[in-house]
Design a protein around this ligand. Sequence first.
Ligand SMILES: Nc1ncnc2c1ncn2[C@@H]1O[C@H](COP(=O)(O)OP(=O)(O)OP(=O)(O)O)[C@@H](O)[C@H]1O
Length: 252
Amino acid sequence: MGDLVLHLDNINKSFGGLSALSDVNLHVEEGTTHAIIGPNGAGKSTLLNVCIGRLKPDTGKVTFAGEVLTGRQPHEIAQLGVARVFQTPEIFQEMTLLENVMIPALSHRDGAFRLNATELLSKQGEVREEAEHILEDVGLKDMMMVEAASLSRGDKRRLELGMCLILRPRLLLLDEPTAGMARHDTNQTIELLKKIKSRGMTKVIIEHDMHVVFSLADKVSVLARGQIIAGGDPQSVREDPKVKEAYLGGTT
Ligand SMILES: Nc1ncnc2c1ncn2[C@@H]1O[C@H](COP(=O)(O)OP(=O)(O)OP(=O)(O)O)[C@@H](O)[C@H]1O
């Protein structure tokens, strides 16, 4: 077993009177893919937002690689090697795919350019080469000079993944990376995420599609009504009566 690298300790988060996360404890092993599943409204997105600093928990803390993330700004968390892919891709629509992948590497992770013109030019060649490699990995190299706006939804999500990968994150958080994709696109994305896995990055993935979960996850945690009700390897979680009940008697 590898080292535990991401810790969520006693996380509570309420919205008004609604408890979205209740005493959540979660520990993720370095280099693994950890899936978080659960019925609609279970608190999965809230959990992810707490990890990346978009939401502050009422109590508890998130630690990654020995650094406390709780209380830090999202850009500071990004600087610690944490990247995330959202359900709705955040890309630069009017730029080419190549430019989209180059920008995160040329700018600081808070989005501001801090290089002077000479530095920018000298770095550009090297970044372009890397961006081309990444576009090849995500299956978009043939379209690298195309404007991002013209991509299909699935391709936009792959592009956003490329924009994350160029930052070489140590932890990648994915919010339903295959939502809205056709089966063929889903399978391509699974293959891509498997490839990334072989590079040793730790991944936390929120996913509804069980085909994706069972293809990718080393460990699964199940959230229901803000609480972790089960966890373990995918097979044991699938057979857990509590999990079946949460889905069948879920809030949907
Ligand atoms: N900003 C907010 N303000 C008020 N309530 C919120 C807010 N964000 C989430 N909630 C509520 O918290 C609960 C958990 O929501 P969350 O989006 O984390 O669940 P989820 O498991 O990601 O659901 P889904 O699978 O539908 O995306 C829900 O009842 C939701 O309505």
